[in-house]
Design a protein around this ligand. Sequence first.
Ligand code: T46
Length: 141
Amino acid sequence: MQVVKYVFQPHGDDRGQLVALEEFKDIPFTIKRVYYMYDTGDGVVRGHHAHKSLQQILICVHGSCKIKLDNGKETKVVPLERPYEGLYVSNVMWREMFDFSPDAVLMVLASELYDEADYIRDYDEFLEFVKNVGDTTDGES
Ligand code: T46
């Protein structure tokens, strides 16, 4: 599985840092939705699902967390601990978010509006979906 992590350009000066993200320049899709999670309790694991079509970029804009990616054949754990790094999560990828620091703010840029019908919440169903669609679209080899 190929993990795609973007390193964005911080525009720093003596006031601090600023990161700007533009669709198709820094982000490989149209950004239709932004959401973020914070105040995540100790030991909490979020996610536990995949998406049929949705593509996303996860950015831990404050604090740190870890993302487990599972394409049905392989799993990888990716730490997110810098506000200028973004993890690309393709469709057909099981994800879990865990090990949130108390101050973590995980922001997500999404290619589609919220649609419950796009979620696969059952792991066996996910494995079946992977089998039927063939390889995931994350460029793995
Ligand atoms: C994903 C990971 C990284 C909405 O009303 N609109 C939204 O856009 C989202 C994302 C959620 N919600 C509601 C649905 C639930 O009642 O917010 C509640 C929590 O959502 P969920 O349990 O799906 O959150 P996570 O952290 O398990 O998963 C989220 C995204 O849903 C998912 O697409 O890839 O973050």
